[in-house]
Design a protein around this ligand. Structure first.
Ligand SMILES: Cc1cc2nc3c(=O)[nH]c(=O)nc-3n(C[C@H](O)[C@H](O)[C@H](O)COP(=O)(O)OP(=O)(O)OC[C@H]3O[C@@H](n4cnc5c(N)ncnc54)[C@H](O)[C@@H]3O)c2cc1C
Ligand code: SF4
Length: 468
């Protein structure tokens, strides 16, 4: 422990070290601590093992939930991990970040009986965490090698899923990633208190251990590599580049310090090894009403900001963040102000000083300004008003829908031999587990297409014994 004196929450400006060191540790510890073995056994016993289980249908990755929970109850943790990772290779991180209240746990029949679902996310985490501590012999084996090569662009949840699934099916994969680290938003986006330690990288090391996946980092499509060249060199190409752009505020944005994209703030924080060295404002305003806004606001508060206010232009029911996330923000001391839209960002001497907001209301279903305004003092303003797909790197040949890549139900794009999935395609849920779903669909379609080209039927995966 060092002897640093905290500067305190009242110091104006954007400064580091507002809190005592032990407080940072506590603030950024696991938001949902894992179950102990005995808690997991008790919780597993609550599962009825429903036939045609609604939780499985509600899981975008299609995990057979009753099956893995039953295996936990039988103390067959390897078998439980198999059931999870067979359907969702990122089942470890999904167990931490899935909004289970809107997915598997929302439809658990225990809700109607006891008002409390089986804690599916926590049980999934128990099984995968326990398995990852000592994986032993490989859980999955590669099918006979096909001799086919697939280029995967983007190593976020979608690209990682495709890479692992295709490697498992016997194809060789080259994974191209623009950033220095793999993981996409698992590594650079998810809130620190949801994915403590180095879990994202730990999971990726396991995923790559299947073999057959060559990794090339610092390789950006459109700069270092080009779609036409990939199509010529590889048997298939998968695009999983996520959303690299952000929406503009729509008002003049001064070139002042303290005005930042929330995703950049979160990414810097995720890569910071010493939270006491991470600067944060005294009065922080976060613009937006989604998951990114909540994560930025809560983390600013946990870093020691005195006041954090989320401002959102419509009412609470229109917020993209779930009720659980909104409660989480409030319980962490974040103030939420609805019906407020940015009007002017103020700055002095190159630093942000505040923001004026227009009071809004709905008239005939349209959002309009009422004519009233109010101003919030701020030394830090984080913009979280949505991310966008940037089409330039992939070139103009791809058909778009709603500003993202248009794909069919198998993830095929308008270009022959090119598939896409995850946040960069139209029609998804913009969740980690949904990127896994879309990646799986594309991987199976790529596999079937490559095998059909050879006149061979797609081999079925053979499940190894889970009871050994
Ligand atoms: C702040 C934040 C918090 C979130 N929290 C949650 C949560 O709690 N729970 C949840 O379920 N979902 C959450 N999400 C959503 C979730 O993270 C995404 O839906 C998911 O990561 C999408 O996966 P992806 O693989 O499509 O894209 P990404 O994760 O964005 O990965 C895309 C990858 O492609 C790379 N790339 C981009 N362009 C290029 C290029 N030209 N060449 C090469 N590589 C490129 C990127 O560097 C990145 O590694 C959150 C999102 C954000 C922004
Ligand atoms: S992956 Fe997510 S949605 Fe699916 S069962 Fe697990 S926690 Fe629920």
């Amino acid at each position: 422990m060092n002897n640093r004196t905290p500067v305190g929450v009242d110091t104006p400006g954007i400064v580091a070290g507002r809190l005592p060191d032990p407080v940072y540790v506590a603030q950024f510890s696991d938001s949902h601590p894992p179950l102990t073995s005995s808690q997991a056994l008790v919780e597993a016993e609550r599962c009825y093992g429903c036939y045609d289980a609604p939780c499985t249908s509600a899981c975008p990755a299609g995990i057979d939930v009753p099956r893995f929970i039953q295996r936990i109850a039988q103390k067959n943790i390897r078998g439980a991990a198999y059931a999870i990772l067979d359907a969702n290779e990122l089942g470890g991180i999904c167990a931490r970040v899935c909004p289970t209240e809107a997915l598997c746990e929302q439809v658990c029949v225990r809700n109607t009986q006891e008002g409390k679902p089986v804690e599916i996310g926590l049980l999934q985490r128990y099984a995968t965490d326990t398995y990852f501590v000592d994986p032993g012999k490989p859980l999955f084996h590669r099918a006979a090698l096909s001799g086919k090569r697939v280029a995967v662009v983007g190593a976020g949840p979608a690209g990682l899923t495709v890479a692992h699934r295709l490697a498992r099916l016997g194809h060789n994969v080259v994974l191209f990633e623009a950033k220095p680290k793999l993981g996409g938003l698992n590594e650079y986006g998810l809130a620190s208190y949801k994915t403590t330690g180095d879990f994202a990288q730990h999971e990726i090391r396991w995923l790559l251990s299947i073999g057959g996946i060559s990794v090339r980092t610092h390789q950006m499509l459109g700069r270092d590599i080009h779609l036409d060249a990939l199509r010529a060199e590889f048997d298939a190409v998968f695009l999983g580049m996520g959303l690299a752009g952000v929406n503009a505020l729509g008002i003049p944005e001064p070139a002042a310090s303290g005005l930042e994209e929330a995703v950049d703030f979160i990414a810097r924080l995720r890569q910071c090894d010493d939270l006491a060295s991470f600067p944060v404002g005294r009065q922080v305003v976060v613009i937006g009403g989604g998951m990114t806004a909540v994560d930025a606001a809560v983390q600013a508060k946990k870093l020691g900001a005195r006041e954090v206010t989320m401002v959102y232009r419509r009412g609470e029911s229109a917020m993209k963040a779930s009720a659980v996330e909104i409660d989480w923000a409030r319980s962490n001391g974040v103030t939420i102000r609805h019906w407020a839209a940015p009007k002017a960002v103020h700055s002095a001497e190159g630093k942000v000083t505040g923001i004026t907001l227009a009071v809004t209301c709905e008239q005939g279903g349209r959002l309009v300004e009422s004519g009233e305004t109010f101003t919030l003092p701020a030394d830090m303003i984080l913009k979280a008003i949505g991310q966008t797909y940037v089409s330039e790197p992939a070139g103009a040949g791809l058909m778009l829908q709603d500003g993202r890549i248009a794909v069919d139900e198998q993830g095929r794009t308008s270009l022959p031999g090119v598939w896409a999935g995850g946040d960069c395609v139209a029609g998804g849920l913009d969740l980690t587990v949904d990127a896994v779903r879309l990646g799986k669909l594309a991987a199976f379609s790529i596999d079937a297409t490559l095998r059909a080209a050879d006149g061979a039927a797609s081999d079925a995966l053979v499940e190894e014994s889970c009871h050994g």
